[in-house]
Design a protein around this ligand. Structure first.
Ligand code: NOJ
Length: 765
């Protein structure tokens, strides 16, 4: 339907007269939105209002076993507010046409999807994106994702995922920005900005949905969907700020988490969604549940579907994803006085407001443009950005004797179950990735080196020895074919190639589906069968480069001791393969730094740099003392600390220069350091600023990230990097949950990672 005709019909329904309709065409000011929605709601029955609260799948199950049935029939009956996981302008137009032509009030649908790290142009998994520490580039990925997804008919994304996680056993650590509150908050803001732009009604923006509210990343034992139980000051200081940052950045919606929080599941948690989110934070958007999270409250033990739906609405949820508890039980609850009409009205209004802000009342087909779908997806420019950011996300963990970069000459033995799989490159949560069109590492290397290098490829080992486990770890079309020959025969084939090669590149680690939702692990090592292959390769005496694929911090203690070079490439997206080649051959100098601590041993988990001191800390230089806080078998140190990552060059740090030894609230000081590239190639360095509050009314972390700058230096070049610190940077939530900076002594650290730092002291007066 043409826009002008639609406007007349929609406004006619609202005003009751075509004359009014022609004069008033839904302008954007808030007052107008309120009036428009009030008039529309005045015409809505309770059933129609409940329909707006119902979010269905496009007919396929996505992340659970429930499937929405009879979707077309439901749209026609006004029982659907939005659809998710339906794409392409053609399909979306068809569904939207039913909503705006065949329902009484012609209210358009909202169309959402999990556009997590890119749409068809897939960028690195979020944990990899975070490792770039490049906010402008991260924002650009969200902008590109929004452009592509909106070109394909969507207007809403279930991203950013801002859950802090300090437990690498949790598979979804791959979907967030890691362990740090400050960095995750900065990333949350730019993601929202990238998706939403400055005007949600623009045809190329998506409404963001911050998730999972809240504390999903603190699941006990790292087991997905598990309980969280947390003190209020830890919540406020460490886990909640990224959600708040995304809300403050204007995110249009927020998704409840599956987990229980201190005894009340998030999806029924009034304190969380009403007191904190609405009243304290002033959130103006709408709250949607996670997939079937309303009906899952039954298994949490909160009652039957009618009871839990009422609980959830009253707690502050506006939209029910897939459970259909709102649709099917809230009418009854209203009649029985268990919920009020005002509660239903409030939820309905917020959902309609989102549609208004997206411009859907003005033009329900604003995101259905066949030309855009043809021209704006997987463009050469988007692919170029994907290649660039993938290369920036890789983290060089070890590089003994400068084994890397490799020369574009000679023979390489490329070995390992991850060496020739394109479908595993995009990583978890990349539902729109064109798996058959994504080059494998083998293809990427060949494309970049042409016939300058001879590449001998072999499998070397299965992904996992246990075939059933391998199957669980390679779902959703991310197969890695199994070789049923004996392990010895498969290894021997690799060794035969290795003998003919100058260098061995071992592509090992996790498959993409070994992290992500419902992919928690208790063992954080590279699967044993791959480690046996690696040991055999090392025995040849040839130089070995481990190209590590992973969606989480792994335990690499043995690898660190034995393998000369380790490049962590996460899952780098559509252009991962050429990007890996760019880094392996030195066309790009790696600059990624990990944003989640890599433990020495799984028993250290949860492990994170910004921990508290105990009353019995270890003395400097000791790793064990009886009756101190430590382990008998390994030191407390991580294998690789937060913020760590090497480069093909080296950097030196001068001493810290403080502009003053102290400052008063309202004032600030500047900390300056000179960073020099002391190596032979140009490189990028992430200069990191940490502080420690030495005496507090509550115990304070031993270090907290407060700032960072990514700089580029030519060989021999020096730059002065300066940071301004004000009382605002030193604030925390005290025992009364007041956000305060407490006067006293502070330490300040500047350096290359959270362990290797220069320090100075200052006073807040
Ligand atoms: C479940 C996941 O927890 C959530 O992140 C996702 O957005 C929904 N399913 C919808 O696919």
């Amino acid at each position: 339907m043409k826009k002008s005709i639609y406007l007349i019909i929609a406004a006619t329904l609202i005003s009751g007269s075509t004359g009014f309709a022609q004069k008033k065409a839904v302008p954007a000011a808030n007052k107008t939105m309120d009036t428009y929605i009030s008039r529309l709601m005045a015409k809505m029955t309770i059933e129609e209002k409940l329909g707006q609260l119902n979010l269905v799948t496009g007919g396929e199950a996505t992340t659970g076993s429930a499937v929405s049935a009879d979707v077309e029939g439901k749209i026609q009956r006004g029982q659907v507010g939005g659809i998710f996981s339906m794409t392409t302008p053609q399909r979306i137009r068809k569904a939207q046409e039913i909503a705006v032509h065949k329902t009484r009030l012609k209210i358009p649908l909202i169309f959402g999807q999990d556009v997590i790290h890119g749409y068809k142009t897939v960028f690195p998994i979020p944990l990899g994106l975070a490792a770039t520490w490049d906010l402008a580039l991260i924002e650009k990925t969200a902008r590109i994702a929004a452009t592509e997804a909106s070109a394909d008919g969507l207007n809403w994304t279930f991203s950013p995922m801002v859950d802090i996680s300090r437990d690498a056993r949790w598979g979804r650590i791959s979907e967030g920005s890691g362990e740090d509150t400050y960095l995750s908050s900065e990333i949350a803001k730019v993601m929202v900005k990238g998706y939403q732009g400055d005007d949600l009604s623009k045809y190329n923006t998506l409404m963001a949905c911050v998730k999972h509210f809240a504390l999903y990343g603190a699941a006990e034992s790292g087991r997905d969907y598990n309980t969280t139980d947390m003190s209020m000051h830890r919540m406020y200081n460490e886990y909640l700020p990224p959600y708040k940052a995304a809300v403050d950045a204007g995110a249009g919606s927020i998704m409840t988490a599956f987990n229980d929080i201190n005894g009340v599941p998030a999806t029924a948690n009034k304190w969380l969604m009403t007191d904190l989110l609405r009243k304290q934070w002033g959130f103006k958007g709408f709250v949607v549940t996670d997939y079937t999270a309303v009906s899952e409250l039954i298994d949490h033990g909160l009652g039957d579907l009618q009871a839990v739906s009422a609980l959830s609405l009253k707690a502050g949820v506006e939209m029910d994803m897939v459970s259909e508890g709102f649709l099917n039980t809230l009418g009854k609850s209203l009649k029985e006085g268990k919920v009020t009409e005002a509660q239903i009205n409030n939820a309905c209004r917020l959902v309609l407001e989102a549609k208004y802000k997206l411009g859907l009342f003005e033009d329900p087909f604003r995101y259905c443009n066949d030309e855009r779908a043809k021209n704006e997806i997987l463009t050469p420019a988007n692919l170029q950005t994907a290649r660039e950011i993938a290369a920036q996300s890789f983290v060089l963990l070890k590089n003994q004797n400068n084994l890397l970069p490799l020369k574009k000459a000679g023979t390489i033995a490329l070995v390992g179950p991850l060496a020739n799989t394109g479908s595993n490159m995009p990583g978890t949560w990349s539902v729109n990735a064109e798996l058959n069109n994504t080059p494998s590492l083998l293809q990427g290397l060949k494309a970049v080196v042409g016939d300058k290098v001879k590449i001998l490829h072999s499998l070397g080992s299965n992904l996992i020895e246990d075939a059933a486990y391998q199957e669980r770890a390679t779902m959703f079309g991310r197969e890695i074919p199994r070789d049923n020959r004996s392990e010895e025969v498969i290894i021997q084939e690799a060794l035969d190639n290795a003998k003919k090669a100058d260098v061995i590149v071992a592509a090992l680690g996790e498959s993409s589906e070994m992290s992500g939702e419902a992919s928690s692990r208790t063992d954080l090592e590279i699967p044993a069968v791959q480690k046996r292959l690696l040991a055999a390769l090392l025995k040849t005496g040839k130089p070995v480069v481990l190209v590590l694929f992973t969606g989480r911090p792994l335990v690499l203690t043995w690898e660190h001791e034995n393998v000369p070079a380790i490049l962590n490439v996460w899952f780098g997206g559509t252009q991962a393969a050429p990007a890996i080649a760019d880094v392996l051959f030195g066309d790009v100098n790696p600059s990624g730094k990990i944003t989640a601590t890599f433990p020495q041993h799984v028993g250290q988990v949860p492990i994170y740099y910004s921990h508290k001191s105990t009353g019995r800390p270890l003395a400097e230089g000791k790793w064990f003392s009886k009756f101190r806080s430590n382990y008998l078998d390994v030191s407390n140190d991580p294998l690789y600390p937060f913020g760590y990552g090497l480069s093909y060059t080296t950097f030196s740090y001068g001493d810290i220069k403080l502009s003053a030894p102290s400052f008063k609230a309202g004032g600030s000081i500047t900390a300056q350091v000179t960073v020099t590239n002391t190596g032979k190639v140009e490189g990028k360095e992430v200069v990191q600023l940490y502080t420690r509050d030495l005496v507090g009314s509550l115990t304070r972390p031993v270090k907290e990230l407060k700032g960072f700058q990514k700089i580029s230096l030519k060989p021999g070049e020096s730059k002065e990097v300066s940071f301004t610190i004000s009382a605002e940077d030193l604030k925390f939530y005290n025992a009364e949950l007041q956000y305060v900076a407490e006067p006293g002594d502070f330490q300040l650290f500047l350096g290359t990672n959270s362990r290797d730092l220069k320090s100075a002291e200052f006073k807040l007066m």
